[in-house]
Design a protein around this ligand. Structure first.
Ligand SMILES: [Cu+2]
Length: 417
């Protein structure tokens, strides 16, 4: 039976012992209670400790998502081509696109078969943190880049048998992408690194006690907007808050195109759980709807990572209600697990709407130890639910707001014996 679950804000041990003191040329980590003396004035690319795990620790459950590669999308190595111009579609939040025509029956049958096929999208990569001791310094090299994005690559809503016309489902997205040191080259998509092509951005993993350096570079050559990274739940100085405050915030709150900034973060006892990170610059109202968000997964000091971790990011993308930037089954991630494995859903939500996360055939315990199978989540909120898998079959997971699920916010969860 599904049993364990925990909210993001897990720690009852609320002390903040994770303080650091500033010293030149070494990475330091101020806490949230260490206001302006944070790291704002520091150089964006400081020398850093070599005692480091590079962002190879990325295990993005959404590795599943890229079932249907986008035209022109790289699957490893090189920079993806940037679309020639921003898509004509205005990324307005709430306007659902007009339903497409009924799909050709043969095309539809093929898409349905693909969506349910056992060999369809692979399972999530496991966490890389299993053998890591707390107190590690973890480094991530991340760029905001433009990629062509298709909300429904198979062109269909297989449940309702509708087409999703090409002219209504593409945009030039802005996404966070993980790179090797000094942004030398994008990390390849592998079973270990997960999906590094887009939405959500790379999973930021840490354990309570760890320090995390995120080296961010804004390479938004299409929209040429300022961007930033704002991390929930970590402890940091004001300079690493990543939010633009007129006259107050430093360079990290509004990073212009071509510039970079290093955010210095510490995972304290209250940081355990799953959390969102996202653009919080002056460009955030374009950046977030176009893809600038991702998840943070922080383990407690001695917590064992799950066998499967699924990232579910709710947002509205060019009018569709999307999961990880995609709409409708076969486009949204098909998550996979086997009976006996520990399965952890990491749910985050952006945008303007409240959603109700629901998984068929399963249930978990809420904070009051009462079973539930649906949980409400609002913008900026996050939670994780966990169980030991015991229900083979092909199940829906979806937002239970009916207009949202009908507008794309639905996916498949396939459990093998
Ligand atoms: Cu919803």
């Amino acid at each position: 039976m599904p049993a364990h679950h925990s909210r993001g804000s897990a720690g009852a041990d609320a002390t903040t012992s994770n303080r650091g003191t500033d010293a030149p040329d070494t990475p330091t980590f101020a806490t949230a209670r260490d206001p302006v003396a944070g790291d704002a004035p520091r150089a964006p690319e400081p020398p850093v400790s070599r005692r480091v795990m590079v962002a190879a620790g990325i295990a993005l459950a959404a590795g599943v998502a890229g079932a249907v590669p986008l035209v022109g999308q790289t699957t490893s190595g090189g920079e993806p081509p940037v679309a020639a111009a921003p898509a004509a579609t205005d990324a307005t939040h709430e306007h659902a696109p007009a339903p497409g025509p009924q799909a050709d029956p043969a095309v539809l049958a093929a898409a349905r078969k693909a969506a349910f096929a056992p060999e369809a999208p692979a399972a999530a990569a496991a966490s890389k943190l299993s053998d890591q001791k707390a107190g590690t310094v973890r480094e991530y090299w991340i760029k905001a880049v433009n990629v062509p994005w298709d909300v429904a690559p198979n062109g269909l809503d297989p449940v309702m048998g509708r087409e999703v016309p090409i002219g209504q489902r593409t945009l030039t997205a802005i996404v966070y992408r993980a790179y090797t040191r000094n942004w030398a080259k994008p990390l390849a998509n592998t079973s270990a690194s997960g999906d590094n092509d887009g939405i959500p951005g790379p999973l930021i993993e840490a354990r309570v006690g760890d320090k995390v350096l995120v080296h961010f570079k804004n390479d938004d050559q299409v929209y040429k907007l300022p961007h930033s990274m704002h991390f929930h739940a970590f402890f940091y100085g004001l300079g690493s808050d990543g939010a633009f405050i007129p006259g107050i915030s430093g360079r990290g709150g509004n990073v212009p195109v071509g510039k970079s900034f290093t955010y210095r973060l510490t995972a304290g006892p209250q940081s355990a759980g799953v959390w969102p990170y996202h653009d919080h610059s002056k460009g955030m109202h374009d950046g977030i709807p176009k893809g600038l968000y991702g998840a943070i997964a922080i383990l407690r000091k001695n917590e064992k990572p799950p066998d499967r971790r699924f990232i579910v990011a709710f947002e509205n993308t060019i009018g569709y209600d999307t999961i990880n930037g995609r709409a409708f089954i076969g486009n949204t991630p098909t998550f996979r697990a086997r009976v006996g494995e520990t399965v952890e859903w990491n749910v985050i939500s952006l945008g303007d709407n409240f959603h109700t996360f629901h998984v068929h055939g399963h249930r978990w315990l809420n904070d009051a130890k009462v079973p539930e199978d649906t949980r409400t989540i609002g913008p900026g909120e996050s939670f994780r639910v966990k169980w030991t898998e015991d229900a083979p079959g092909t199940w829906y997971y979806h937002c239970h707001v009916e207009s949202h699920m009908n507008n794309g916010m639905i996916g498949l969860f396939k459990v093998d014996r």
